[in-house]
Design a protein around this ligand. Structure first.
Ligand code: G6P
Length: 626
């Protein structure tokens, strides 16, 4: 969603802000803007569309020169994506100075605050909730930006990550957070603030994070203020709560490699992340399979192993792709660990007054660890007495910090908006978790060993599926003009069908539905006409014959069958128009391989339709509002 970059230091800020904004483009946005302080005045530029449009606008205005600035990419929530609604937003102080603010999150009491501020003479020019924050800081400003921000935030309800500056204090950035992510990079002569580590790592790997309700004041300026152009710089920061109590934040090392967030030889991040799945899986599984002892090692769970064994029920939750991984987790935990499990949309779970019995464990599945709905559901369940586990990719994210324990995916940063390697990582971790518990309950060593063997071979299995990319593209080319597709599967492959359909929708804008193959004849079969592409996940397993019957039903009505089938299965050839092969693995592990061709189907369809794969319309990588 929205992205923040802010900088104060000894370099010219505009190119750095643009570079940072571009690194955040993947999160999804529809307008962008920046503000700097130049000659004790705040200068602002805003534009709808891409960051490059904003860049041209600034260049046309003769460029912006400064050592301090704040910038933002906006994903519209309150008010359409217009220039007036783009950040930064400003407010005028009583002394005639200007405050500029960029903000991620939602100010929930903005209506009341707007009324209050309008009565005090502030004139609103946008339809955003953010503008109220700029005006409130300005209203409360009495010559100290940090104090004004603290006072303003005490009046605010909602979620925020903000960066604020004032033309009266041209060497000071103030930032704060509650709910929305924000990290602060500590450079030698500078500070860089961003909503995402990818915009920080090019500058420094030394970072601090803020907890909710914390504020950082970052000052950087020439030691000798009389010769601002040259000479050494002095930097200084301090962290407080919004009640102005000093807090200490540890400086941490950011574990992110620039290469991981660059395209390299690939045209799109999505393709890079699909193709690198053998490697990301290797990283995800590293150290977690102990063949000798025939066991799964999940260090993060060790302190809670007794609670896990006593668990009476698992509630898995997430949104989007993570929800689909959770659905597979539900099958895995019941099948391998024999503990009742249910996966629910976090957004639904939270508001339906859920009953949490003793011994319930909630598992939050999330790539970013920041999805607002998932976070809220986890908090709700914890409040009602559940133990909380996280299956999260982003290290140090809010969900990972608020859970009792968890297992990181370790698949590396995912930049492509359409989630691919994170999904496979989530399913792999949930498989490990089910085996971890199952082995301690009743699974025989022999059964566990079969799974461990196949898990170890998983990177090779996936690499083999990926070799079919050209073949998949050729197949997609034949059907890409069709506007409606169906994805059908049974058992473990039913959530895979959901995921296949979601991927296609997200980036190719083709309408697609995923459902249990048997459900099709209870209504959706009416959609099938001559030539409609119907993707079956028809791998060999307990329901194979039933899936073949469903295929026949579709064929009889003229549908075109695209099958994901097991290597060596010749029977399927009679039924399918196109076949993508996956290796023969135990049924519980089939999603890990059967989803791969579907990722490629979506990717090739989007490219063939001429869409911007990494910046799909209306989508945000991480949805931090409910
Ligand atoms: C957004 C993204 C999806 C993602 C979902 C959950 O909707 O566009 O790709 O699956 O959020 O995100 P999370 O970070 O919690 O996995």
């Amino acid at each position: 969603m929205c992205g923040i970059v802010a900088y104060v230091g000894n370099k010219n800020v505009a190119p750095l802000l643009f570079e940072g904004l571009k690194r955040l483009e993947y999160r999804g946005y529809d307008s962008a803007g920046l503000a700097i302080v130049s000659e004790e005045k705040i200068k602002i530029a805003r534009a709808t569309g891409r960051v490059s449009v904003l860049e041209s606008k600034v260049a046309a205005a003769g460029g912006f020169e400064s050592h301090i600035g704040i910038a933002h990419t906006r994903w519209a929530t309150h008010g359409p994506p217009t220039e007036a609604n783009a950040h930064p937003h400003t407010g005028k102080t009583k002394s005639g100075h200007t405050i500029a603010v960029v903000h991620n999150g939602i100010i929930e009491n903005y209506v009341t605050l707007t009324k209050y501020l309008t009565e005090r003479g502030h004139v609103f020019t946008s339809q955003t909730d953010t503008e109220v924050l700029a005006k409130l800081v300005a209203e409360l400003y009495e010559g100290d930006l940090e104090k004004a921000v603290q006072s303003a935030l005490r009046e605010v309800t909602g979620a925020y990550a903000i960066a604020v500056m004032c033309d009266k204090e041209p060497h000071t950035l103030v930032c704060a957070r509650k709910g929305s992510p924000l990290i602060i990079g500590i450079g030698e002569d500078s500070y860089v603030v961003a909503s995402d580590p990818s915009a920080v790592v090019a500058h420094t790997t030394q970072v601090i994070t803020l907890d909710d309700y914390q504020v950082a004041r970052l000052c950087a300026g020439p030691k000798d203020r009389k010769s601002p152009g040259g000479g050494p710089w002095a930097v200084e920061f301090r962290t407080t709560t919004i009640d102005n109590v000093r807090v200490t934040r540890e400086v941490e090392e950011l574990e992110l490699d620039l290469q991981q967030i660059e395209l390299g030889k690939y045209p799109h991040f999505m393709l890079k992340e699909i193709m690198e799945q053998p490697e990301s899986l290797r990283n995800c599984l590293r150290g977690r399979i102990d063949q000798r002892e025939c066991r799964v090692v999940l260090g993060g769970l060790t302190p809670l192993v007794r609670d896990l064994m006593r668990a009476k029920r698992f509630i898995l939750t997430g949104q989007g792709t993570a929800f689909h991984a959770g659905r597979i987790g539900e099958y895995l935990l019941e099948d391998l660990a024999k503990i009742p499990a249910r996966c629910e949309y976090a957004s639904e779970f939270r508001y339906r007054n859920p009953i949490i019995e003793e011994g319930s464990i909630i598992i939050g599945v999330s790539q970013s660890g920041e999805t607002a709905d998932t976070l809220a559901a986890m908090r709700e369940a914890k409040e009602r007495g559940a133990m909380a586990l996280g299956v999260v990719n982003a290290v140090g994210s809010t969900i990972s910090r608020e859970t009792d324990a968890g297992v990181y995916l370790h698949v590396g940063p995912e930049i492509g908006v359409a989630s691919t390697k994170a999904f496979v990582g989530q399913v792999a971790v949930l498989t490990l978790l089910a085996l971890y518990i199952g082995k301690r309950r009743f699974l025989s060593d022999e059964t566990v060993r079969t799974y461990l063997n196949d898990l170890e071979k998983l990177p090779e299995h996936v690499a083999k599926v990926l070799e079919q990319s050209d073949h998949i593209r050729a197949c997609v080319e034949r059907h890409v003009h069709r506007d409606n597709w169906l994805f059908l599967g049974r058992g473990y492959n039913y959530p895979v069908a959901l995921e296949g359909a979601l991927k296609l929708k997200e980036i190719s804008y083709i309408h697609a539905e995923g459902m249990p193959a048997a459900e099709m004849k209870h209504g959706p079969i009416a959609l099938i006409d001559e030539g409609m592409p119907v993707v079956f996940i028809a791998t060999q397993g307990s329901q194979y014959d039933k899936v073949i019957s469903n295929i026949e039903e579709v064929r009889a009505r003229g549908g075109k069958i695209i099958a994901v089938a097991t290597e060596g299965d010749t029977r399927i050839e009679k039924y399918a128009d196109s076949i993508f092969r996956v290796p023969n693995v135990p049924e519980a592990m089939q999603p890990l391989v059967s989803v791969i061709p579907l990722q490629l189907v979506a990717y090739h369809a989007a490219v063939l339709r001429g869409h911007d794969v990494d910046k799909p319309r209306n989508l945000a990588k991480s949805v931090t509002v409910e």
